[in-house]
Structures are given as structure tokens and as C-alpha cells.
Design a binder for this molecule. Structure first.
Ligand SMILES: Cc1cc2nc3c(=O)[nH]c(=O)nc-3n(C[C@H](O)[C@H](O)[C@H](O)COP(=O)(O)OP(=O)(O)OC[C@H]3O[C@@H](n4cnc5c(N)ncnc54)[C@H](O)[C@@H]3O)c2cc1C
Length: 474
């Protein structure tokens, strides 16, 4: 029998399940359709498992240099199966948490593949959802007043570089490795590529990063990219930029794979045990019934307005499937805005320049707002303050003094336009800068937020003072 709902959400990833909780808070009768596992990419193939591995890599790397801290441990062994087990335990604990939240919110969860049907006997509007149930039972038919598409994304590869799970991996396969390779080539030096490069290097793998752009993490401020490259190279990672991978040169032997890249007009060949391809993600727009609707796709992503409505105003789309900043906290916030719009709560559209972005490599990177070059391109009269962690006592105590905080401000209005950080724990520090942007703070106000001593956050206060040439410890 067909079930009626105020809202059916297609996809139970970070975007979908958070939207469902908000809908339940607002009294909407809500269901989620999930073909894999609640929690989606972030919980099972993204944020959480990769950060669990990064933390193990960090502990291993710190243990190896423990004598610097006066702690002699002796022979240190990596137990990679235990590293993976720990990761799985964390994921499973959080998965149970999401399942509990669904029960608590009285949200019905349909385990199966959902497809949007066109106008049907159940409803004159496209939006009826047919669910091919995982348990093999008869299809469920759901009749919602509103739909949110939150079907997420999957790894992209390059033509000729097909993911085979043995020699050529995406992050999905890399997360499941049973043992570490001796060496790896990472194609793509964006966020995911750099996190993996840092993690595998800390685990002792020989890492080469091949990046097409003229710098790694090319969407970050140019000085952050430069500092990241310097630190990662110092740690032993080989990084080549302005390099076009030539897929046709791919060769696999028993336990090695080699590939060439064109660098400044010359061909250079790289060999390793495995290749990890991290060149972006494709939106999951296929096989969800979009052909039965008027919904438009633009450059591979579902087109939406500022409230995340598609061409069919009762069908919304959020998260990775609409492109833009493909981040978990972005997906969930988009879900909240969409649900509040459905419930006539008059939400404020998202200002994406206020969203913090983090990279969890060692060193960490974090940013909010415009880069220095973006601000200049937008016509701002820019002034910049920068402060190094080298002059921060807590960073020296911590044993991680590479990196800096950079604040980009508007000379005319004194507004903070962007904050960029590289160094220890900056992913936890960026929210101060995020709040400053939301409150339209000036560098003066940030500097007059007296930062405790000793703390890593003193670098933010000093960078704010540096904007007007008043840093104390520089
Ligand atoms: C290696 C890696 C590391 C990452 N690290 C971070 C990080 O540190 N911080 C961060 O903010 N972001 C990170 N991300 C990005 C983050 O995971 C995504 O932005 C986020 O998961 C997007 O959420 P979503 O709800 O849009 O989609 P997803 O999480 O992909 O969820 C979509 C869900 O829809 C389901 N689905 C798809 N089609 C159907 C269908 N027809 N019927 C039913 N169900 C369907 C899928 O099974 C999936 O569960 C990382 C990504 C990767 C790959």
C-alpha cells in the first residue's frame, strides 16, 4: 500500500539525515530512502574514516619522533589491521548514533533504491517515489508532498585510468586497504589527494603527488599552497605540479604500476605499487528518475535556487548532488534551509563566503572567505596581516611551529574578507574567524578579543594586529 508523507528524502547521507531531523523537529511526517547505509559518504567513505586513519598516522609519526620530547619508546611498530579496526569501530559507533536519531525523530527509513516517478495514479505531480527494497520484498510506493534529493556523489576518474581496486584506487578502495603499499602515486593534489599524501607519508609509504594545476590545493590562498608544498616536501613527499598525466602510458606489471606525465613539455615516468586517483567527484544524478521530471542538470549537477528548489518547486536538492562546496557541513546546512523553506519558516539563504573549509593533513589547513587574489579580483582595496606559528610559544611547546595565519581585510571599510591558516590545530581554530566573518568584525575587534597565553589562537590575534602593522611578537 502506498504511504503518504509531508517529506521524503532520497539519500540518508549527512545532507539527507540532518534534513530529516530538522523536518521531524518542525512536525513534518518524514521518510528517508537509503540504498546503502545511513550516514552516507561522510560517515562510511569520507570524513570520519579518513580522519580516523589520519589520527593513527599522526600518532605513529609523533611516536617516531618522541625522543625530541625526551620520551624514548624504542622500537615502534605499526599494526595496520588494528588501525583499520579502530576506524571501523568509530564509524560503527556513529552509525548506531544516526540510526538512534532516526528512531528518536520517528523518521521512517526505507532501505532500498529510490526512483522518482512521473505523475502517477497516486499523484498528479512528479514526486511519487518507488523504492526497490534491499530485502527483496515488493517495491514500496511513497507519496510525498515534498521531496529532497540528497543522493550525493561518487569518485571521478580520468579516461584510461579506470579504478580496478588492485593497482588503481579511488578513496573508496584506499579506505579499505588491508595492508599499506610501499609506494603510491597520487593523481590530484586537491583536498582529498593532499590528506592521503600526508597520511600515507606519515605511515611510511613513499608518496608522489602529480597535480595538473600550478600548485597543490589550488582553491586555497596561494601562500597557503606554497607553504603546504614546502612542508610536505620537507617531510619527504615528492610533489610535481603543472603535470598532465598521460593515461595512455599506464603500465601494470606483477606488483608495480607506472605512468608518465607531461611536465613543461617533457615526459617523465613515475612508478609505484599503486595509484590513487583523487580528481574530484561526480554527482549521483543517474537512475533516480530525473527523466520523469522537469529538473535541470547543469555541468553534471542538479540546478537549484537559493532555497534549493529545483525546476519542480516541490522537489528540492541539496549536498554534493548540487555541486559547489562538496562538504558535509555544507550539505547538512543546505538540508536545514530546504526543510525550513518547505515548512514556511522563511530561512535565510546561505552565504557561501561565510563557510569554513578544512584540510586535515599534517600540517592542517583551514580557511573562510576570500583569498587575497579573489579579494583583489573582486575589486577590494586589500590589506593583509600575517603571523607565523614560529613566534607562538604553544606551537613550539607542541612541537609543530610551521605555518601561519593570514588575514585579508578591506582597506576602505576595515572588514575582514578572508582568513587563511596552515599549521597545528587550525581546523579547530577556524571557527573564530568564521564567527568574525558572520558578525562582520574588523581586525581591530579580533585583536581586542584577548587571546589566552599560551595558546595557538594567539596567532589569530597577532595576525589581526599585523593587518595594521601592530603585531607584537614579529
Ligand atoms: C575521502 C573523503 C573525505 C572527505 N572528508 C571530508 C571532511 O573532512 N569534511 C567534510 O566536510 N567533507 C568531507 N568529505 C565530503 C563529504 O563526505 C560530502 O560532502 C558529504 O558526504 C555530502 O553529503 P550528501 O548528503 O550530499 O551525500 P552523501 O554523503 O554522498 O550521501 C548520499 C546518500 O544517498 C544514497 N543514495 C544515492 N542514490 C540513492 C537512491 N537512488 N536511493 C536511495 N539512496 C540513494 C547513497 O547511498 C548515500 O548514502 C569527504 C569526502 C571524501 C570522499
Amino acid at each position: 500500500m502506498a504511504q503518504e508523507y509531508d517529506l521524503v528524502i532520497l539519500g540518508g547521507g549527512t545532507g539527507g539525515y540532518v534534513a530529516a531531523i530538522r523536518a521531524s523537529q518542525l512536525g513534518l511526517k518524514t521518510a528517508i530512502v537509503e540504498k546503502g547505509k545511513l550516514g552516507g559518504t561522510c560517515l562510511h567513505k569520507g570524513c570520519i574514516p579518513s580522519k580516523a586513519l589520519l589520527r593513527s598516522a599522526e600518532v605513529f609519526a609523533t611516536a617516531k619522533k618522541s625522543d625530541e620530547f625526551g620520551v624514548e619508546i624504542g622500537d615502534i611498530q605499526l599494526n595496520f589491521p588494528r588501525v583499520q579496526e579502530r576506524k571501523e569501530q568509530i564509524v560503527e559507533q556513529l552509525h548506531r548514533g544516526v540510526q538512534h536519531l532516526m528512531k528518536q525523530g520517528k523518521i521512517d527509513v526505507y532501505e532500498g533504491n529510490g526512483t522518482i516517478l512521473g505523475p502517477s495514479i497516486f499523484s498528479p505531480m512528479p514526486g511519487t517515489i518507488s523504492v526497490a527494497m534491499k530485502n527483496g520484498k515488493e517495491n514500496e510506493m511513497l507519496i510525498p508532498k515534498n521531496v529532497i534529493i540528497a543522493t550525493g556523489s561518487r569518485p571521478r576518474s580520468l579516461p584510461g585510468l579506470d579504478i580496478d581496486g588492485q593497482f588503481i584506487l579511488s578513496s573508496d578502495e584506499a579506505l579499505q586497504l588491508k595492508e599499506l603499499p610501499q609506494s603510491i602515486i597520487i593523481v590530484g593534489g586537491g583536498v582529498i589527494g593532499v590528506e592521503w599524501a600526508s597520511m600515507l607519508n606519515d605511515f611510511g609509504v613513499v608518496v608522489t603527488v602529480i597535480e595538473y594545476a600550478d600548485r597543490i590545493v589550488p582553491t586555497e590562498d596561494h601562500e597557503i599552497s606554497k607553504e603546504a608544498e614546502r612542508i610536505l616536501k620537507k617531510k619527504g613527499i615528492k610533489i610535481v605540479t603543472k603535470a598532465k598525466v598521460l593515461s595512455e602510458t599506464l603500465e601494470k606489471t606483477d606488483n608495480q604500476v607506472s605512468i608518465s606525465a607531461e611536465i613543461k613539455g617533457e615526459k617523465q615516468t613515475f612508478s609505484a605499487e599503486k595509484i590513487l586517483v583523487s580528481v574530484g567527484r561526480l554527482a549521483n544524478t543517474e537512475n533516480i528518475g530525473l527523466q520523469n521530471t522537469e529538473i535541470k542538470i547543469e555541468k553534471g549537477f542538479i540546478e537549484v535556487n537559493e532555497y534549493f528548489q529545483t525546476e519542480e518547486s516541490h522537489i528540492y536538492a541539496i549536498g554534493d548532488v548540487i555541486g559547489g562546496l562538496q562538504l558535509a557541513h555544507v550539505a547538512s546546512h543546505e538540508g536545514i534551509v530546504a526543510v525550513e523553506h518547505i515548512a514556511n519558516e522563511k530561512p535565510t539563504p546561505i552565504d557561501y563566503s561565510l563557510i569554513s573549509k578544512c584540510i586535515y593533513s599534517s600540517p592542517e589547513m583551514a580557511s573562510v572567505g576570500f583569498t587575497e587574489n579573489e579579494a583583489k579580483e573582486k575589486g577590494y582595496n586589500v590589506k593583509v596581516g600575517k603571523f607565523s606559528f614560529r613566534a607562538i610559544g604553544k606551537a613550539l611547546v607542541y612541537g609543530e611551529a610551521d605555518g601561519f595565519v593570514k588575514i585579508v581585510a578591506d582597506k576602505d571599510t576595515n572588514d575582514i574578507l578572508g582568513v587563511h591558516m596552515i599549521g597545528p590545530h587550525v581546523t579547530d581554530m577556524i571557527s573564530e574567524a568564521g564567527l568574525a566573518r558572520v558578525l562582520d568584525a574588523t581586525p581591530w575587534e579580533v585583536a581586542h578579543t584577548i587571546h589566552p597565553h599560551p595558546s595557538l589562537s594567539e596567532a589569530i590575534g597577532e595576525a589581526a594586529l599585523a593587518v595594521d602593522g601592530k603585531a607584537i611578537h614579529s
